[in-house]
Design a protein around this ligand. Sequence first.
Ligand SMILES: CC(C)(COP(=O)(O)OP(=O)(O)OC[C@H]1O[C@@H](n2cnc3c(N)ncnc32)[C@H](O)[C@@H]1OP(=O)(O)O)[C@@H](O)C(=O)NCCC(=O)NCCS
Length: 180
Amino acid sequence: MLKGGKVGLRARHEDDIPILRAELYDDVVNSSRADSRPWRPITPGSDDARLVVDDTEQGNVPFSVVELDGGTLLGTATLWGIDLHNRSAHIGLGLLPSSRGKGYGTDVVAVLCHYGFVVRGLQRLQIETLSDNAAMLRSAERNGFVREGVLRSSAWVLGEFMDEVLLGLLVQDWKPDSKG
Ligand SMILES: CC(C)(COP(=O)(O)OP(=O)(O)OC[C@H]1O[C@@H](n2cnc3c(N)ncnc32)[C@H](O)[C@@H]1OP(=O)(O)O)[C@@H](O)C(=O)NCCC(=O)NCCS
């Protein structure tokens, strides 16, 4: 398990799946805002890649996020789009509603940076998020990500086009212990 100050990132367990389905993926508003693909229901028992991990998929590393003290499930975190030629990847995360706004997101980003830069030897990490997602923007910026651009009207979200912000962090600019 990868450990941050408050959270652990571990493999997806069978028991996580019904909780993630009910609290994250079946919430159409949350799913539509967090995923660029259109929302559609996930059939119980199916091996949908949003919930069930395919360990042979090399470009995508999904984690379940748990509280370090006690192991309570907090949400999901993913290093995705891993590009071993350009040594880059994207990060994404989604916390259960009751786990938001408590500092976990900032810690998850820090752990994903450690995984991307130290464990995987990448040199660039990228995040795309809706321009009104203040908590995601702040979680990224506190870990040193900088805003590199705005993708105007790039996301169709529940009846309207929204802007996305693209943030990047290079390994040489990463300060593992700073949360400035
Ligand atoms: C986005 C998300 C991962 C952030 O994690 P979080 O644990 O809620 O964020 P934190 O508690 O670490 O807060 C980070 C910062 O944002 C601020 N913040 C938190 N919630 C906020 C809100 N609703 N509005 C404005 N600022 C907020 C915090 O005060 C903190 O700022 P500070 O460091 O200056 O004190 C989480 O809210 C989430 O899962 N949201 C739904 C899914 C989602 O949007 N995923 C991202 C898709 S790209």
